[in-house]
Design a protein around this ligand. Structure first.
Ligand SMILES: [Zn+2]
Length: 412
């Protein structure tokens, strides 16, 4: 079979793919931290679907979690054996964020509607579309009698939206991946499907506690105004860091590190009191060539200076820290193979980029496994009225089919 016939075979499954996604989205899969019951029911749905599609090698790895009714968080592996000993993986997640404010939805989030080529529902884009696309891409090989070049594996994980403990981190600890495996994580992308992400920035979420001394607003000198100290320390910190760590990397948008003050906790309830305590937060996204410890040392030095000047106490601590993983080289095997498959389906040469947020690809890269992040998505993840474009799902399924088939495809 040649690439065109395989792509046609995938396209013929369009309505099945749509129906499968709609049916899956009806089964809520929200983690216990967001008042959900986990992914167990959606996992059962998927195992049944995979069997119905004729794929026979299925494995369910369950992580124990006493916070969900079943006590288990499932992770599902589907395999189709290839001609070589090499493995390709497509890793997607089953869980979703909660639906949020119901009144903001045009259609109920768990009763998905297909309207002018769009499937509306919680989890349609994130990450249902790519889960179904990878599944139907694999199924197309099976039903057309194509043995993939590398063994083709799908992994549907739990717990992506909250910490990965019962999901990708749990699966990685089972040592089922090995060096030389090729991994695609389709959980970030652009509407045109033309961008492959190979590196992320480091992330630091910092909490700043400023402790002064509360007093009446008419006698400010008898207290220490924590809000004013916080404001001066805050602007000094972002100004200093932006100047000091100003390197650019063309792979990223924006190309620089970002140092941003974000949230502030309430201080005093009334206007005529000088606050004795102020807590606020920074969100930093840092280019991988900078060390977060070095940046933290700069912040501590700035804090010391303001403590001396104002006699307030300034405590800075990490709320979240994710050091950037090594990048997947732009000329690595997975990037080359994925780019070739995208070019075959879409006729465009994809570009590589870096992103500001963490992805499931980072833990793979830390283990020395090449992982690329790519998908064709509209950018509605976590929003009300989240949707997936049917055409994107079909085209991405074609990309996976071509990627899995590798050199098993003949010429027309
Ligand atoms: Zn996601």
């Amino acid at each position: 079979m040649d690439a065109d016939s395989l792509m046609r075979a995938v396209a013929e499954d369009e309505s099945k793919m749509v129906n499968s996604l709609v049916a899956m989205l009806r089964v809520r899969a929200v983690g216990p931290e967001n008042e959900g019951q986990g992914e167990a029911e959606r996992g059962i749905f998927l195992v049944n679907l995979v069997k119905k599609l004729g794929l026979k090698t299925i494995e369910v790895l369950e992580s124990n979690d006493s916070n969900v009714p079943t006590g288990k968080r499932p992770n599902i592996i589907v395999r189709l054996k290839g001609r070589t000993s090499r493995n390709i993986w497509v890793v997607t997640h089953m869980d979703t964020v909660p639906e949020g404010d119901l009144s903001a939805w045009k259609y109920p989030p768990y009763e998905p509607k297909v309207v002018s080529g769009k499937i509306y529902g919680r989890g349609a884009e994130d990450n249902g579309q790519e889960l179904m696309a990878s599944l139907y891409g694999l199924k197309a090989l099976l039903s057309n009698g194509i043995t993939p070049e590398c063994s083709a594996n799908l992994l549907f994980v739990s717990d992506e939206e909250h910490g990965n403990t019962h999901g990708i981190d749990f699966v990685l600890a089972q040592k089922i991946f090995k060096k030389g495996d090729l991994v695609v994580v389709p959980d970030h992308g652009e509407p045109d499907g033309g961008t492959i992400c190979v590196v992320e920035k480091s992330i630091a979420w910092l909490k700043v506690d400023v402790i002064g001394r509360q007093t009446h607003a008419s006698t400010p000198d008898s207290g220490i105004n924590a809000l004013e100290v916080a404001a001066r320390f805050m602007t000094d910190t972002v100004d200093t860091l932006r100047k000091k760590y100003s390197a650019k990397d063309r792979l990223f948008v924006p190309p620089t590190s970002t140092f941003v003050a974000t949230k502030s906790d309430p201080n005093v309830p009334n206007i005529n009191t000088v606050p004795g305590r102020q807590t606020f937060y920074f969100d930093f996204r840092v280019l991988p060539n900078y060390d977060l410890d070095v940046i933290m040392a700069s912040i501590e030095a700035i804090a010391k200076r303001w403590e001396k000047k104002t006699h307030a106490k300034i405590k800075v601590s990490f709320m979240q820290r994710a050091d950037a993983a090594p990048r997947t080289p732009e000329n690595s095997e997975i990037v080359k193979r994925l780019a070739r498959a995208i070019r075959t389906v879409r006729g465009v040469k994809p570009k590589t980029e870096g992103i500001g947020g963490g992805t499931c690809a980072a833990p793979f890269r830390r283990m020395g496994i090449e992982a690329a992040v790519w998908a064709t998505i509209p950018g509605t993840a976590h929003d009300a009225n989240e949707y997936a474009n049917v055409a994107d799902m079909v085209a991405d399924a074609q990309v996976y089919a071509i990627l899995f088939a590798g050199n098993s495809l003949g010429n027309p």
